[in-house]
Ligand binder design. Structure first.
Ligand code: BDR
Ligand code: CA
Length: 306
């Protein structure tokens, strides 16, 4: 089992990512850290706790982190994820939020305890990870790797023409993380836009609480996608990052120097990938460029039905 910490701004696809990680049986989830992003920190934490309850894993730690980006204001993705962040699913479920500490400290504490073993799967703006790195530079030695859902190296953005949402919300944090020296795998829109979940896929999941959740939560998301892209489907951004963290054979990657724009009127949050090696900088990111989308979606459908 792979030791993981999952950082989320739950979010419909974050929720499905957590379901995938737990149901895969391949991830030893040390804790789930929450951050401001698709929705407020408080709502993201409630949503995450609802997902762990659905999984019968109330014992899992859900640790709250940053309430806002490092330098900027929050911007919630209501049009994609709905007012509550999970498309109106699980509204009836009541959960109790425990005080489990502060997410950046939790990452540091776990990394120190399990040196060289932990993969941090980052499915949200990178604020928590940046704060942890600023506080404890030895994370570079202690963590095994980071798998980040974010960016679009050779693909248009999804929140501006240039930027993907997680990078756009906290580009300063993303810059800190990209320059951390940690091994990074970037699962961006280049590949996640090729992992679309359709209504037919949802119907193929074995009946049970996970399928009910996916069915209910994705109605809103699929409508949004239909209006924007003309397809009744939705991109499994965060689940793919979980999938890649557990099974690298799903993607083809190449190492490049990648940086994040923080000082532009039009391009803040853009992930700039030096494909032609103009900067002559040491590659810092393993960039996912191709994915076996059909295999991943099949795996997702099978695993959620377990
Ligand atoms: C990312 O942004 C969020 O809306 C999703 O949860 C995902 O992490 C996709 O751009
Ligand atoms: Ca997310």
């Amino acid at each position: 089992m792979k030791k993981v910490i999952i950082d989320v701004d739950t979010g419909i696809d974050d929720a499905i990512g957590i379901l995938l990680a737990e149901k895969s049986g391949e991830a030893d989830i040390l804790g789930i850290t929450t951050v401001n992003g698709n929705t407020s920190l408080e709502q993201a934490t409630i949503n995450t706790r609802k997902v762990t309850t659905l999984l019968g894993r109330d014992d899992l730690k859900v640790v709250q982190g940053a309430t806002r980006p490092l330098l900027r204001e929050p911007f919630f993705e209501v049009s994609v994820h709905g007012n509550d962040g999970i498309g109106g699913a699980l509204t009836e479920m009541e959960v109790e939020i425990r005080d489990e500490g502060f997410a950046p400290d939790f990452i540091i504490e776990q990394a120190k305890k399990h040196p060289g073993e932990i993969t941090v799967i980052l499915l949200a703006p990178l604020t928590n990870m940046a704060l942890a790195l600023r506080k404890e530079p030895r994370l570079k030695e202690w963590l095994k790797e980071l798998v980040i859902m974010g960016g679009a190296v050779d693909h248009p953005g999804n929140i501006t023409p240039a930027a993907e949402y997680n990078m756009y919300i906290d580009p300063e944090a993303a810059k800190i993380v990209f320059h951390s020296g940690l091994p990074i795998t970037l699962v961006g829109l280049d590949v996640t836009s090729n992992t679309l979940l359709t209504k037919k896929d949802v119907e193929a999941i074995q009946p049970g609480p996970a399928r009910d959740f996916v069915e209910e939560s994705t109605v809103h998301y699929m409508n949004h996608y239909l209006q924007r892209n003309g397809k009744e489907a939705c991109a499994m951004h965060d689940p793919l990052a979980v999938g890649v963290a557990l099974d690298r054979s799903l993607v083809k990657t190449e190492k490049y120097f990648v940086d994040v724009e923080t000082k532009s009127e039009l391009c803040d949050g853009q992930t700039v990938c030096d494909f032609k090696n103009y900067y002559k900088r040491e590659p810092n990111v393993d960039v996912c460029l191709e994915v076996d989308g059909a295999r991943f979606i099949q795996k997702l459908v099978d695993t959620l039905g377990k």
